[in-house]
Ligand binder design. Structure first.
Ligand SMILES: C[S@@+](CC[C@H](N)C(=O)[O-])C[C@H]1O[C@@H](n2cnc3c(N)ncnc32)[C@H](O)[C@@H]1O
Length: 187
């Protein structure tokens, strides 16, 4: 089934490849490279996988065209077509569950975050568009865009563990103002 992302796969892959050197991507690769057994929810065109090849990494996305693109580019990888609202894994299946700039595109983001927590054993790591004002929905079309106030995400994830977060500022101005949230889950 097509998603709102389906017709933009080639353009977006190009765009995200160009952004590969941005601060948050480099930092995220550094953080994740210390883990084995990673699920990446909303993996898109598999840009993060390029830095994860030696690790046990599973990429999941609900856009068929992105999963096809990942299979073509990285046939040795594990790519799953599924919706983050219902992750097809047992509880505690992965040491760490990551999502990079995904929750800000999902109106029911809490449900997806709860699924990520359910299948994660130790950590959930979320990179999301964040700003200093209250959380707002900026757009519904062509895809959902939420700007989170950090308190919204910190309050939510604190129910499940200890949250550390920080800004990661990029060179392209506020449009790419992102923060990384690292949630150490309670046992
Ligand atoms: C902005 S892109 C980020 C892609 C990738 N994480 C990256 O940083 O390059 C958002 C991705 O989330 C996926 N996505 C959005 N909603 C989803 C859902 N409910 N379940 C799974 N994937 C979803 C989209 O298909 C898209 O690939």
């Amino acid at each position: 089934m097509k998603t709102e992302w389906s017709d933009r796969v080639d353009d977006l892959r190009e765009l995200w490849s160009q952004a590969k050197g941005e601060n948050y991507r480099t930092e995220l690769s550094g953080i994740l490279s210390s883990f084995d057994n990673i699920l990446d929810v909303g993996c898109g065109a598999g840009i993060l996988y390029e830095d994860m090849k030696k690790l046990s990494y599973v990429g999941l996305d609900f856009t068929p065209e992105f999963i096809e693109c990942c299979h073509t580019l990285y046939p040795e990888g594990v790519w799953i077509l599924a919706d983050g609202h219902n992750l097809p894994f047992a509880d505690n299946s992965f040491a760490v569950v990551n999502s990079t700039t995904v929750l800000q595109h999902i109106l029911s983001w809490e449900r997806v975050a709860e699924e990520m927590i359910r299948v994660a054993r130790d950590y959930v790591i979320v990179t999301a568009r964040t700003w200093e004002q209250e959380t707002i929905v900026v757009a519904i079309e062509p895809c959902v865009r939420i700007r989170f106030n950090s308190k919204t995400l910190v309050d939510f994830f604190t129910q499940f563990g200890q949250v550390d977060w920080h800004w990661t500022r990029n060179t392209n101005g506020e449009e790419r103002l992102l923060a990384i949230y690292i949630v150490k889950l309670r046992e």
